[in-house]
Design a protein around this ligand. Structure first.
Ligand code: GLN
Length: 308
């Protein structure tokens, strides 16, 4: 097997030089400031070794990658009752789509499209104040990444609060079916803020370790979730983590993964590694263009696809 360091170095070099970089998201105005030339990658293996390339230490807006961690928290809070409020089927629709909600009585298809993630956020919020809920999400990420230096970009959160009319529509629509328990503005406030959390590739790869190792941190042995739950979160990442690009991601990369419009992707090679990539330019489905190509290279070279 090739050496991981050499593979990462080659990938970072190729991605730095490629002219095709995708389009930086601009529907959240503050995200449009991201540098399309940025590229970072970090891999944490089973032994806890971290191998990085490019801008792996630069913090970026994790956006929808946060939905993996809010799903984990919501399952921890109410277990399988969560599935009364949100489904677990791929939507085949864009991440911010509303079309299925009417036919399906306000129950979103899965926890990773915006509607589903807003419903998940509402579950975590119930019984708490928005500020405490956000604190809980942040502390969870800091604990998983073993790094207290993870925060929220208030300018991104404010930018999305100002312009998030679609998310407001989704939330109001679900509220009309009693799928949300809390005031819409509270739930959305927490949602916008957890999307605006900033992390580097290194921090994100560290935070994803439990998903790659049966629910445990492989270095400390600390159990975050049961093996069964880790397996199921991975299954939803594989089938729904890239919206209407999930089939293409499985076909090309062959790993559970979750993308965000900030250009980050968290990917999980079960038993082997937790991987984070970041490049702000997106493809037509809103997934990182170079991030996906980098992961495709990595799984091919290392033989890490879950499909053999
Ligand atoms: N795909 C994404 O990363 C979308 C997240 C973004 N905060 C939104 O709600 O639109």
């Amino acid at each position: 097997m090739p050496e991981l360091e050499a593979v990462i170095r080659e990938i970072a070099e190729e991605m730095r030089a490629r002219p095709d970089r995708g389009e930086v998201a601009s529907y959240i105005p503050e995200l449009a400031r991201a540098d399309a030339n940025a590229f970072g990658i970090a891999v944490v293996d089973r032994e806890g070794r971290v191998v990085t390339g490019g801008d792996a230490e630069v913090a970026f807006s994790i956006q929808s990658v946060s939905k993996v961690f809010t799903l984990t928290l919501a399952l921890g809070k109410i277990g399988d009752r969560l599935w009364r409020r949100v489904g677990r089927e791929p939507s085949g629709s864009p991440f911010n789509s509303i079309v299925q909600l009417e036919n399906e009585h306000g129950i979103p298809r899965n926890p990773f499209i915006n509607a589903g993630a807003i419903a998940v956020t509402d579950v975590i919020l119930s019984g708490h104040q928005p500020r405490d809920t956000l604190g809980e999400i942040l502390r969870f990420l800091q604990f998983l990444a073993e790094d207290p230096a993870i925060g929220i970009d208030e300018a991104v959160a404010a930018s999305e609060q100002r312009t998030g009319f679609r998310n407001r529509a989704l939330a109001n629509y679900m509220k009309s079916f009693d799928v949300l328990e809390n005031p819409v503005d509270y739930t959305l406030g927490v949602y916008f803020h957890h999307c605006a959390i900033t992390m580097s590739c290194r921090q994100l790869a560290m935070a994803g370790r439990f998903l790659a190792h049966n629910g445990r941190n492989p270095t400390t042995g600390f159990s975050v979730v049961s093996p069964e739950r880790a397996r199921r979160i991975n299954a939803i990442m594989l089938t729904c983590g890239h919206y209407d690009g999930s089939g293409e991601f499985a076909y090309r990369v062959g790993l559970p993964g979750k993308s965000g419009v900030g250009g980050g992707i968290l990917a999980v090679a079960p038993g082997k590694a937790s991987i984070a990539v970041w490049s702000p330019g997106l493809d037509a489905s809103g997934n990182s263009h170079l991030g996906r190509i980098a992961l495709e290279r990595l799984t091919q070279r290392m033989g890490w696809s879950i499909f053999g």
